[in-house]
Write a protein that binds this ligand. Structure first.
Ligand code: ADP
Length: 508
């Protein structure tokens, strides 16, 4: 560009033609532009800064010299001549410029070579890094390819075994929810971790209130339970009071690494049954002993060798032996029948039975037992025939009459009423005896139940009569009911269905 400037000025000075200035005019802005570029480059490459500054200075000098030359040529022929004389004055700065530019060129070659070298280095480094990164990526991909499926499988395995364990736990707790006994799981700190519905029923504490709490807070009787466990006697039980009633608990436990499981069984009913059984044994033995003692005494008297012959006494003793043996037979019979009822082996027949006749016979039989002061009355306005087991029904009526006599210590009237009602025949046995409190109305039909088991009133029984009677009546399709209040007398009613064929009274 500097050569173009110089050529343009020289041509203008020689020719005076403005067009000769064209190369100068075109090169000038390009020179300024190049100097600016060099300035920017010098900022990054300090080793050329001095030459760039020198180049700018010398181009400045040349610029000013060219401007003077142009002005001289423009001023006229004399000026042009002067300018032509001055031409050589431009040589020195131009030579200076040439040296500087040669140096700059050499330096720029070094810079270019440096840049190329560093570019190559950068390229190689990049290539090496890229290759290393690629290899790394491939290695990671391979590792993932090999290890991820294994990891997923092992996670799946873990998840599957956890799920199986959870399902097993869930099944176990669902099964324990249906167990009749209270099952309580305690952790090593003695806190409740599982509490089944039976525990809620037995101990009266909801599962949500029990979980996480120490057992002694929920079961204040725990010391007694622990004592029970220490005795290692599985059949013993300890009482607890809940909701105003007493329950008996038997306890068992299993210890393991994560705590212990306590199983509490409600043995109240078994205990009750056991008590009833032993009560029955006491009652039955008592009942059997009384007639047995009478028979034994009579026989001993009859066998005495030294005794004078007394026919009347012999007769009396033999009669007593007969009646007491009869009583013994009855008691044993009742025990056997109740066992048959329990086993469902009692069969009742279905045959036409004339009820008025049956009632007359029962009253006649009961009158034999009836003490003085007791009046037995039959109120049977009409004969009614039903389908039933006559012998068994007679047994029921006799039993009701016997009870009415036994439990009317103050005497009075006992009435046996027979009535026909729509579709049924009803036989009622009413007494004015001691009565039965309301809360015992259902219980008197239970096996072995007696209102006065200690026989404080002196009357005894097996406690089986009403149980057997109700079962027999039910098997004949009827029902046995009681209406009574303590001290107000008692009425038992036997209601039997009337078969259509037997509904019309049969006139005899
Ligand atoms: P038991 O052989 O003891 O009489 P039952 O089964 O016939 O046995 O009667 C059960 C209980 O019902 C009796 O022990 C008695 O307490 C009560 N009971 C039965 N009948 C009467 C009655 N007519 N009056 C009062 N109590 C009665």
């Amino acid at each position: 560009q500097m050569l173009d400037e110089e050529t343009g000025i020289r041509g203008y000075v020689i020719s005076g033609e403005a067009s000769s200035l064209q190369p100068y005019n075109e090169a000038r802005p390009l020179v300024a532009q190049d100097l600016d570029n060099l300035d920017r480059l010098a900022g990054r490459r300090p080793e050329i800064a001095a030459d760039v500054a020198a180049a700018r200075a010398v181009t400045g000098d040349l610029d000013r010299f060219y401007a003077r030359q142009i002005a001289l040529v423009r001023s006229g022929e004399a000026g042009q001549a002067k300018a032509q004389q001055n031409v050589l004055a431009g040589k020195a700065p131009f030579d200076r410029y040439r040296r500087i530019s040669t140096r700059l060129l050499a330096r720029s070659n070094v810079i270019v070579a440096d840049a190329q070298k560093s570019e190559r280095r950068t390229l190689w480094t990049t290539l090496v890094l890229a290759a290393a990164a690629g290899a790394g990526a491939i290695a990671i991909a391979l590792w993932l390819l090999l290890s991820v499926p294994r990891r997923i499988w092992s996670l799946y395995d873990v998840e599957r075994s956890l799920r199986a364990a959870a399902e097993r736990g869930d099944r176990a707790s669902r099964s324990l929810a249906h167990v009749e006994d209270a099952v309580i799981l305690l952790d090593p700190d003695g806190l409740v971790r599982y509490w089944n519905p039976a525990a809620t029923r037995l101990l009266g504490v909801a599962e949500d209130d029990a979980l996480g709490r120490p057992l002694p807070e929920l079961l204040p009787e725990l010391p007694a339970v622990e004592e029970l466990l220490a005795t290692e006697a599985p059949l013993t039980a300890t009482p607890i009071a809940r909701d105003g009633s007493e329950r008996w608990l038997a306890a068992r436990e299993s210890r393991f690494a994560e705590g212990r499981v306590l199983v509490l069984q409600d043995t109240t009913e078994a205990r009750q049954l056991e008590r009833t059984r032993s009560e029955f044994l006491a009652t039955a033995s008592h009942e059997l002993r009384t007639p047995l003692a009478a028979v034994y005494g009579a026989v001993r008297t009859l066998l005495r060798a030294d005794r004078a012959t007394d026919q009347a006494l012999d007769q009396q003793l033999l009669t007593m032996i007969e009646s007491e043996s009869e009583r013994l037979k009855e008691i044993v019979e009742q025990i056997l029948v109740s066992a048959e009822v329990d086993r469902g082996e009692v069969r009742v027949r279905s045959e036409p039975c004339a009820l008025r006749e049956l009632c007359e016979s029962a009253v006649a039989a009961a009158s034999l037992q009836s003490p003085p002061g007791l009046e037995l009355r039959l109120d049977a306005p009409e004969e009614i025939v039903v389908a039933c087991d006559g012998a068994r029904l007679r047994q029921v009526i006799v039993n009701l009459l016997d009870n009415a006599i036994k439990y009317s210590p103050g005497g009075g009237e006992i009435s046996l009423r027979l009535q026909a009602r729509p579709g049924t025949a009803v036989i009622e046995v009413a007494d004015r005896g001691i009565g039965i409190p309301r809360d015992a109305h259902e219980r008197i039909f239970e096996k072995f139940f007696r209102l006065d088991p200690e026989m404080r009133r002196g009357v005894g029984g097996s406690g089986l009569g009403l149980y057997i009677s109700r079962e027999l009546v039910r098997r004949m399709g009827g029902e046995l009911r009681v209406h009574s209040g303590a001290g107000a007398g008692t009425t038992f009613s036997v209601e039997l269905p009337r078969e259509p064929a037997f509904q019309e009274p049969v006139v005899r």
